[in-house]
Design a binder for this molecule. Structure first.
Ligand SMILES: C[S@@+](CC[C@H](N)C(=O)[O-])C[C@H]1O[C@@H](n2cnc3c(N)ncnc32)[C@H](O)[C@@H]1O
Length: 245
């Protein structure tokens, strides 16, 4: 995969976190996802759940997931070394290092390895990472996820899932305006340029994930009880479960 498409080249972790946290959707998505994990940990699993986070980035979601229960064990995967270094520092500052293993790898390569090892997980969580992938890569990842999730295992994806072309175009327009509002006062023009061009790529037909198609693609590979929680015109959390039999 072309690295320039999956990484913000001028990624500066502090600026990245500032921008993400200034977006209402982002915090709401992390709260929803970590709330789900907390509920699951309490109700459905006797021991602490084994969780994979795909595309952990600078560790914002990772820290929130690690904080939800005492017993949760997280393996967080990302291909970007700078982002992982930032995640490591953040985990250390919150005394969460022992609960999280950070793995530098391409997501698909790592999933293939786990399928080969017959390594199973209870929950896979991914926030704002799937939209970086074109449809073929996403479908392969979804298929591999079915292979690593045990029966009853759950996949929870928070990302850009507009309902349709009209809603998506309007939502991305607002998103770009928001990027200007946040980054121009910070003087982060290089970063702004990268984010805007990245956002345009996010709207490519091979990349954009409309809600219905995303739900269908999860059902097609074997997920059941696929459900969408909408947070805004752009952002939603889609989750599904591997049937018990
Ligand atoms: C937009 S960031 C989201 C980070 C984090 N989940 C969050 O919510 O802040 C997407 C992350 O996915 C990672 N990523 C993209 N494609 C990847 C791949 N094929 N394998 C592993 N990580 C990938 C990028 O390096 C980046 O850190």
């Amino acid at each position: 995969m072309d690295d320039s498409r999956v990484q913000l080249k001028e990624l500066n972790c502090r600026s990245y976190d500032k921008i993400c946290n200034a977006q209402d959707d982002y915090r709401a998505a992390l709260d929803l996802v970590s709330g789900r994990l907390a509920a699951l940990s309490g109700q459905e699993l006797r021991r602490g759940p084994a969780v994979v986070e795909l595309g952990c980035g600078t560790g914002e979601c990772t820290c929130q997931l690690a904080e939800v229960t005492q017993s949760v064990r997280i393996t967080a995967v990302d291909c970007d070394e700078r982002a992982l270094n930032c995640a490591e520092r953040k985990l250390a500052s919150k005394s969460l290092v022992g609960k999280v293993s950070l793995v530098r790898a391409d997501a698909m390569t790592q999933l293939q390895a786990w399928v080969g090892e017959r390594r199973y997980w209870d929950v896979v969580i991914s926030t704002f990472t799937f939209h970086n992938w074109d449809i073929e890569y996403r479908t392969s990842v979804l298929t591999l996820l079915v292979g690593i999730l045990g029966r009853g295992g759950q996949l929870i994806i928070a990302d850009y899932f507009p309902r349709d072309v009209i809603a998506g175009t309007a939502a991305f327009r607002m998103h770009v305006r928001r990027l200007f509002d946040i980054m121009a006062p910070l003087g982060e023009l290089g970063l702004l340029r990268e984010w805007v061009s990245h956002t345009i790529e996010d709207m490519a037909p091979s990349r954009i994930m409309y809600e219905d198609a995303a739900i269908r693609s999860m059902k097609d590979v074997g997920f059941a009880a696929v459900h969408c929680d909408r947070l805004s015109e752009l952002t939603a959390v889609i989750s599904g479960k591997i049937p018990l039999r």
